[in-house]
Design a protein around this ligand. Sequence first.
Ligand code: ZN
Ligand code: ZN
Length: 420
Amino acid sequence: MTDKTHQEMLRKYAEAIVKVGLNIRAGQRLIINNMAVRGVPHQFAPLVREVAKAAYGAGAKYVEVIWGDEEMMRLRAQHAPRDSFDEYPTHMVDAVMGMINNGDALLSIAGTNPDLLGGLDPEIVGMMQTRHLNAASKISERVTTNAINWCVVAAAGEEWAKKIFPDLSVEKAQEKLWQAIFETTRIDQPDPIAAWEKHILFLRERARYLQSKQFTALHYTAPGTDFTLGLPSGHQWISAQSMAQNGVAFTANMPTEEVFTLPDRNRADGVVSSTFPLSYGGTLIEDFQVTFENGRIVKVNAKKGEAALQKLVDTDEGSHRLGEVALVPASSPIAKRGHLFYSTLFDENASCHIAIGRAYRFTLTGGEELNDEEFIAAGGNVSLNHVDFMIGSPQMDIDGVHKDGTHEPVMRQGEWAFKL
Ligand code: ZN
Ligand code: ZN
């Protein structure tokens, strides 16, 4: 790709981010950030500047960027005094909270080094992460209840690209990753905005169909999988577009291929086999099975990384149970690429998946108003974790189960089985 073509693709990507992802309103302000490394790395500046141009073009009043530096996190862990990791300047959190309280839009740009904190003292890394998660929890709370229009997108960071394509040079790896980003976010199509409108409608129709069916359970069959998962009453099927409390319809993830809801934390029975490796806490867990009884994980086994998987499950009571069920066709454009991205934004959109741990409040009608006990009583799950793992394949059949016990096809051989 020539520099000129790349710049033009960035421009189209930025336009889709502003119009489809954030759906910026005239007069709104925009804040651009990366929470994981406390600011957007300078290597993403070309994309940031295109987004700023597109945002002003759409009538944004002001665009603020919180810049960061990945290396600063690493060198702090290596060099700062051991008793200093409780230090946490709050200006970044205050800035983001100030803008959220003002009803501004929030863009997060992912794509930093997935191994940034690899090989460091796990205790120090743990202290840094815990301090950060605690300080930033008020932001996550406002964002996950859709207080404002927000969006997460990716940029092809150097180290991330090298992680996915280790055999290529940095330049070639980044070029290949940008191509993957542009294709999976439909930016390579003649009219990306129209392509997104069609895609959002496609997903919404499927979510509406599933909603109208009011299934009480889903039954999964595939090689190594025979599994029934209950759906609580009041479950809401969600897809690409959401409505923010500030009244703006936005698309929180680009790409997105999933239609999802919450399972009943007390109703999962049988065995489910993974179809992709799971990257968790720096370990790759491969070829694993999870066995459930009455919603609870009673056994895990894995060809590789079994100890890491058991550790994840043993985090708390909620991580013995499920918090998300998502349907994604096996022909998803992300699955077709045939490799892991080491990024949930991409990997969870490659396949049907379920998540160990916490359920999203907005997947249950009225869920945002419930406290933990009430949410649990309604079938929702509460945990420190939310870890998606992939179970879909072209061999998978899924039936919807009605209250009277009758079944009807939802997916056959990994694809949607109903016509609308
Ligand atoms: Zn998901
Ligand atoms: Zn998830």
